[in-house]
Design a protein around this ligand. Sequence first.
Ligand SMILES: CC(C)(COP(=O)(O)OP(=O)(O)OC[C@H]1O[C@@H](n2cnc3c(N)ncnc32)[C@H](O)[C@@H]1OP(=O)(O)O)[C@@H](O)C(=O)NCCC(=O)NCCSC(=O)C[C@H](O)C(=O)O
Ligand SMILES: [Mg+2]
Length: 272
Amino acid sequence: MPPTRSVLYVPGDKPRAIEKARTLGADAIILDLEDAVAPEHKHAAREHVREALSTPWPVPVLIRVNGLNTPWEHDDRELALTAGASGIVLPKVECAADAHALSLGLPLWAMIETPHGVLNAPQIAAVPGVTTLIVGANDLARALRTQPHPDRTPLLHALSSVVLAARAHGKTPLDAVYNDIRNPDGFTRECQQGRALGFSGKTLIHPGQIDAANQAFGVTETEAEGAKALIAAWDAARAGGKSIATHQGALVEQMHVDEAREVLALYAATTR
Ligand SMILES: CC(C)(COP(=O)(O)OP(=O)(O)OC[C@H]1O[C@@H](n2cnc3c(N)ncnc32)[C@H](O)[C@@H]1OP(=O)(O)O)[C@@H](O)C(=O)NCCC(=O)NCCSC(=O)C[C@H](O)C(=O)O
Ligand SMILES: [Mg+2]
């Protein structure tokens, strides 16, 4: 799987921001046709997105289309199919049938941002074309009538439900955006919380959030060296006929080795 530590939304009607996004260092880009684009700009945004995708990008670029049953659905779908996007982001996915409705042969990133979406997350994650679940915390908080909380306590159940559903089906869970672009400390704390909850990365709204997300969801050289040492300890134990090993005083079993290999794969993919 390509890395998804940092996934930046860029409004489809802002060509300057789109061009800027090419070189910002995010692992993936979502060109947005939905909530970041006012109704009167939807048509122009589609043209900007088509133009942007007519030349190669260094990272995967997805299109967030408008939701099913909106007036823009048909034209967005046609654009997504013909423009050369790496995938489609579908907002407000409520059930598996919604995901099937937009199974167009491209990877589908399903946004879980309604109560039904959370309740049906396991069925949505099970749809073969769905590769990724993204939490949409703004829409979800509104629908649930939760109050803002620095530790996201009111949303923890939903956040963990999305991780659980995605992981159960081998899909990638991505954490929600952090709205306060002037609060880097709060952003970093939320990245760390998202990683601890099991998310693979975070969706972002501003270039200033990319480095912190890459760091929080990435692998340091020290961590990579630690993973190599753990695998070496395991290999030595197995070569000596042992079924389990210890490394730096801690038990090592097969699942720790699998985890260490994932750490090394992410390190290799993000240090080119
Ligand atoms: C939030 C913003 C409106 C702030 O914009 P602005 O005030 O212009 O920021 P800056 O002046 O700090 O910008 C500095 C330069 O960086 C460029 N920029 C800003 N944001 C982006 C971006 N997202 N991608 C690429 N480049 C960006 C500016 O153009 C400036 O460049 P320059 O002119 O050369 O100096 C703005 O950041 C923004 O629009 N962000 C994206 C908002 C968005 O996409 N929203 C929709 C997705 S989030 C969502 O819907 C969540 C979900 O559905 C849910 O329910 O939770
Ligand atoms: Mg939303």
